[in-house]
Design a protein around this ligand. Structure first.
Ligand code: BTN
Length: 243
């Protein structure tokens, strides 16, 4: 059962580390921490995650899903679906789309990223720390020069500013609803729900020089690429490019 409980910090190195300590101390699903200033935010693949002080949402949530380890990528997908749902609302009438595995884009520019870190003991999933960064109130000048063409924020898209605490609580509520559905019904709803917001569904994608059509999301969150000979290539990690 998801019990939302949000702690708000003025500053943290990375909310991922704070949430991990909370999980080791026994925190239950829904325990979350957000930082108004995240000094050393972490992105996927060892990248840094940049957030200007006090402007964007940096939040990490403890989850203890009762699922097999092989399905843990679906937890990141649950987060990207939740983020897209709240962004549809905040940036109405614009729509948020998902890029595999779980970037969130509006008007083809990245507005949010998700970092899902799992703790596996023996062969079971003990907990997942779900880290979410959403560009909420940042202006274009807040982004590094070289990223300005690729990033956006709710403020840039709508001209409005939003209360970060409220956005954090909305995200937690939405995630909680989907997490409780997962606990009640299992994970089978996640791939189709994610696909309904998929930016590249039916597009030609390239992986290591191999071209195929982005056809579906498998039951473990892998991307299914249909090759010219009709065979299906299952991709579970790593970069993919549009042609
Ligand atoms: C990505 O590379 O797209 C993922 C970015 C994830 C950033 C969030 S911000 C809150 C949490 N704390 C971190 O250090 N990283 C995640």
């Amino acid at each position: 059962m998801f019990k939302p409980n949000l702690i708000i910090l003025e500053q943290a190195e990375s909310t991922q580390d704070v949430a991990k300590t909370m999980a080791f101390d026994g925190a239950s699903s829904g325990s979350a921490v957000m930082a108004l200033h995240q000094v050393r935010g972490r992105g996927r693949s060892g990248a840094q995650w940049f957030a200007p002080q006090g402007k964007n949402l940096s939040i990490s949530v403890v989850l203890r899903p009762s699922i097999e380890v092989c399905r843990s990528p679906l937890i990141g997908m649950l987060a990207s679906i939740s983020v897209a749902e709240i962004l549809d609302n905040l940036c109405h009438p614009l729509k948020a789309f998902l890029k595999w595995p779980n970037d969130v884009l509006v008007q083809d520019k990245k507005i949010a990223g998700i970092l899902s870190e799992a703790r596996i003991v023996d062969t079971s999933l003990e907990f997942v720390i779900l880290g979410v960064g959403i560009n909420v109130n940042s202006s274009i000048v807040d982004f590094p020069d070289e990223l300005r063409d690729f990033l956006t924020s709710c403020f840039i898209l709508t001209g409005k500013t939003f209360d970060l605490k409220e956005v954090g609580n909305r995200f937690l509520q939405t995630l909680g609803r989907l997490f409780n559905k997962l606990e009640a019904d299992g994970t089978s709803f996640i791939p189709s729900c994610w696909e309904s917001k998929w930016l590249h569904k039916g597009h030609k994608l390239v992986r290591d020089g191999v071209k195929g059509i982005a056809t579906g999301i498998d039951s473990d969150g892998s991307l299914l690429l249909k090759l010219p000979d009709g065979k299906m290539l299952k991709i579970s990690s790593g970069p993919l490019f549009t042609e």
